[in-house]
Design a protein around this ligand. Structure first.
Ligand code: PLP
Length: 386
C-alpha cells in the first residue's frame, strides 16, 4: 500500500478525531450533556428553495436526471453560475467555459493544486490555516510553506509572505472569510499582497466556501484585484449542503494563460477522478445561485457564546465572517487545554493542527441550546486555571 495514504487514513484529522470522541460521549451520557464545538457542519437548514429545486429535478426522466454530465458540468448550469457572478462582481467576472463543477471546496483545492504544481513546488499557507491544505498540497507533490498571519489582525502579513517566496513558490492559498479566525481580508491588504505575488508570478488560490457568511463585512472579489487568481467555491456552508459535495473552480477570463489553465484544471479533475459533479445537485444549485445565505442564527450564536466568554474573561478574535470563534487557550499548550476542556465535555479543536500554538477553535454552527448549556463548563474551565 501507499505509505502516505496509509498514514493519512490511520491518523485522521484532529477535528474528525475530536468529533468522533464527542459522538461517543453523546452516546454514553446523552447529547444534551456534551458541548460539541468541533465541526464546521452548518446548523441551519438548507433554504426552502433547495427542496423546491430538488422536487422539480425529480420530475426529469431518470436517465436524464441520473446520467453522466459533461466532465466539467452541465453547460446551462455553468452559464447560469457565470451570469450570476457577472451580476455580482461585474461584467467579465466569469464565463461558462472557465467554470469546472466539482465535489465541494475540497475537490476544488485538490484540482487547482494538481493543475499547478510540479514536484517540490512550494505553496504558501497563512497560519492558522485549514489543516487539510497540507494534505492536499503534499498529495499534489508540493511543499506546504507556513507563513504566520499578522498577529494583531489575522490578515496576511505581506512582508513575511514576500520573505517566504522562493523560485519554487507556485501558489498561495488565501481563505477569506477565514476558518478558523473569522478574519475577512481587506482590499488594501489584498492589493499589497497582489503586488508582491505579481512580481514573482505566484498564483493566488482563493478558497471561498464562507464568502456569503459575513457579519456586515465586505468580501473583496479577488480576481478584480489580482488577475492570476483561481477561485474555489462551495455550497457546503452558504446553502447548508456539505453532504451533497457541490462547488466549482473558476478560471477567471482575465487569468493570464486562460487558454492553457482551463485544460490544466480539467486535466487535474480527470487525473483525480473528480469528473461529472453530482448531477442532481448541479441542477439544484443552478436554481439557487441567487438565494441569499442566512447568517442570522450564526450571528446570534456568536453573540451568545461571546457573552459567555466575556463573563469568564476569555480572549478571542471577534469574527467578521465564517462560523467559528478563535479563542486564546489559558495555557501555552493548546492540546493540554483542549484535553482539560474535554474533561468538562467541552469539545474545542486545539490550534496546533492549524499550524499555530496557544489557541482553540469553537464552531458556532451549533444549536443555541448547546451554547446556553455550555456556560457552566466554560466557567469551570476558566476557574480551573485560577
Ligand atoms: N476550505 C475551508 C477553509 C473549509 O473550512 C472547508 C470545510 O470546512 C473546506 C475548504 C472544504 O469544504 P467542502 O465541504 O466544500 O469540501
Amino acid at each position: 500500500m501507499n505509505q502516505k495514504s496509509y498514514a493519512y487514513g490511520a491518523t485522521k484529522s484532529s477535528i474528525r478525531e475530536l468529533a468522533a470522541y464527542a459522538a461517543g460521549r453523546k452516546a454514553a451520557i446523552g447529547a444534551e450533556n456534551v458541548f460539541d464545538f468541533s465541526l464546521g457542519n452548518p446548523s441551519i437548514p438548507a433554504p426552502d428553495e433547495v427542496r423546491v429545486a430538488i422536487e422539480r429535478a425529480l420530475t426529469l426522466p431518470s436517465t436524464q436526471l441520473h446520467g453522466y454530465t459533461p466532465a466539467a458540468g452541465l453547460p446551462d448550469v455553468r452559464a447560469t453560475i457565470a451570469a450570476s457572478l457577472c451580476r455580482r462582481f461585474g461584467d467579465g467576472a466569469a464565463a461558462a467555459d472557465g467554470l469546472y463543477l466539482t465535489c465541494g471546496a475540497a475537490a476544488c483545492l485538490s484540482i487547482c493544486l494538481n493543475a499547478l504544481l510540479n514536484p517540490c513546488d512550494e505553496v504558501i499557507v497563512i497560519a492558522p490555516y485549514f489543516p487539510e491544505y497540507r494534505v492536499w498540497i503534499e498529495t499534489a507533490g508540493g511543499v506546504c510553506v507556513e507563513v504566520p498571519a499578522d498577529e494583531a489582525t489575522f490578515e496576511p502579513d505581506v512582508d513575511a509572505i514576500e520573505a517566504a517566496i522562493t523560485d519554487r513558490t507556485r501558489a498561495i492559498i488565501v481563505n477569506s472569510p477565514n476558518n478558523p479566525t473569522g478574519a475577512v481580508y481587506s482590499a488594501e491588504v489584498l492589493e499589497r499582497l497582489a503586488a508582491v505575488l505579481d512580481a514573482h508570478d505566484v498564483v493566488l488560490i482563493a478558497d471561498e466556501p464562507y464568502r456569503e457568511l459575513v457579519y456586515g463585512a465586505e468580501v473583496p472579489w479577488i480576481p478584480a484585484i489580482y488577475a492570476r487568481t483561481l477561485v474555489c467555491y462551495s455550497y457546503s456552508k452558504s446553502l447548508s449542503l456539505p453532504g451533497e459535495r457541490i462547488g466549482w473552480v473558476l478560471v477567471p477570463p482575465a487569468f493570464p494563460d486562460f487558454a492553457r489553465m482551463v485544460p490544466a484544471v480539467a486535466g487535474a479533475g480527470r487525473k483525480l477522478g473528480f469528473v461529472c459533479a453530482p448531477a442532481l445537485f448541479q441542477r439544484v444549485i443552478a436554481e439557487c445561485v441567487d438565494v441569499p445565505a442566512n447568517v442570522d442564527a450564526y450571528a446570534e450564536n456568536n453573540a451568545a457564546l461571546t457573552a459567555i466568554l466575556d463573563a469568564c474573561g476569555y480572549e478571542y478574535v471577534v469574527p467578521r465572517g465564517a462560523f467559528y470563534l478563535w479563542i486564546r487557550a489559558l495555557e501555552p499548550d493548546a492540546q493540554a487545554f483542549s484535553e482539560r476542556a474535554k474533561d468538562l465535555e467541552l469539545m474545542l479543536v486545539a490550534s496546533d493542527s492549524f499550524g499555530v500554538p496557544g489557541w482553540v477553535r469553537a464552531g458556532t454552527c451549533v444549536s443555541r441550546d448547546t451554547i446556553d448549556r455550555s456556560a457552566p463548563a466554560w466557567a469551570a474551565l476558566a476557574a480551573s486555571y485560577r
